[in-house]
Design a protein around this ligand. Structure first.
Ligand code: ADP
Length: 293
């Protein structure tokens, strides 16, 4: 059986697991809720994915974890920061489009701007993890208040006929009352959704501008599944974004790739290691005068 490598991204909201083969190809990916029992839920998601793709734990040669809960997964061979894992994943997935120079990542409870040099190395990043506005949590709250699924936000955006509602609140708590107020004033849910997307897009761009916005721009994280938010970001930026086919798992994929490289490196080190020469028999030294016997 060939070697496999796993990356587990334990995010604040979702656990993402990716298994790749030695050719860097994804053989399976899974998303599950992080919940309160972080390690247990991550472990279950990992083992469930292995079962779905017909593998067992022993077939995984190297396991790398990333994300805010990465250190809780004690079975890992390596833990890596989500900035590095995101950059490595985006660089690989973005290859068919060119060299990715800017990453916009929106997660469950944070948003980030990451800039990369021509070789794909991280040169700078900016993060908002203090405020729920502009994160997946904000979108989840909005969907709940509008009584729709978070996966319906995209279709609602494109179904809006009127002007997007102005959602000005910069705080998720005030935005919640603002949304309720807009509904009370007779705004359609579609217009409110579109307004929320533009509000998040403006806020995200302000953050990413801190690291500089260069072509090509890659957008990932769970909210990148929302095509309405993608459209709002592209509209505000006046540029197209590179959106991966499975945007929520780029970081887990990057972690798996780093694991593959670490495994290859360790194997090479073992092969190159100088064979240990057997120690000569111990020579009993004649004592020069102390009383050690
Ligand atoms: P984290 O890594 O911080 O846990 P993720 O990148 O997994 O965050 O993103 C989680 C967020 O993704 C959720 O809060 C939700 O808003 C959004 N999301 C998840 N699935 C979908 C979907 N099908 N459509 C739109 N948004 C989604």
């Amino acid at each position: 059986m060939s070697a496999y490598f796993a990356g587990i991204d334990i995010g604040s909201t979702a656990v993402k697991v990716v298994v790749i083969d030695a050719d860097r190809q994804i053989v399976g990916a899974k998303t599950a809720a992080t919940g309160a029992l972080v390690f247990k839920n991550a472990q279950t998601a990992f083992l469930n994915l292995l079962g779905e793709i017909g593998l067992e734990r022993k077939h995984v040669s190297y396991l790398t974890t990333t994300g805010y809960g990465r250190k809780l997964f004690l079975d890992a061979d390596e833990t890596i920061s989500e900035i590095t894992a995101n950059a490595v994943g985006a660089r690989e997935v973005g290859k068919p489009f060119g060299t990715i120079r800017t990453i916009i990542n929106i997660g469950g409870q944070d948003s980030k701007g990451i800039s990369l040099d021509e070789k794909g190395n991280v040169t700078n990043f900016a993060m908002n993890d203090r405020c729920a506005a502009g994160t997946g949590r904000f979108l989840d709250m909005a969907a709940r208040n509008l009584e729709i699924e978070v996966s319906d936000l995209g279709p609602f955006h494109f179904a809006a006929k009127g002007i997007p509602a102005a959602v000005n609140a910069t705080c998720a708590v005030f935005a919640e009352s603002e949304i309720i107020g807009l509904l009370g004033n007779g705004h359609e849910r579609e217009e409110i959704v579109k307004g929320i997307h533009f509000s998040i897009a403006k806020r995200t761009i302000r953050l990413v501008k801190k690291v500089g916005i260069e072509e090509l721009i890659y957008f990932d994280g769970g909210p990148a599944l929302n095509k309405g938010l993608v459209a709002a970001l592209e509209d505000e930026l006046g540029r197209r974004l590179v959106i991966p086919a499975i945007p929520q798992v780029t970081t887990a994929y990057g972690a798996a790739l780093i694991g593959l490289e670490s495994h290859v490196y360790e194997q090479r080190e073992r092969e190159l290691a100088v064979p240990v020469v057997a120690e000569p028999d111990a020579v009993t030294h004649a004592c020069a005068g102390c009383s050690c016997g």
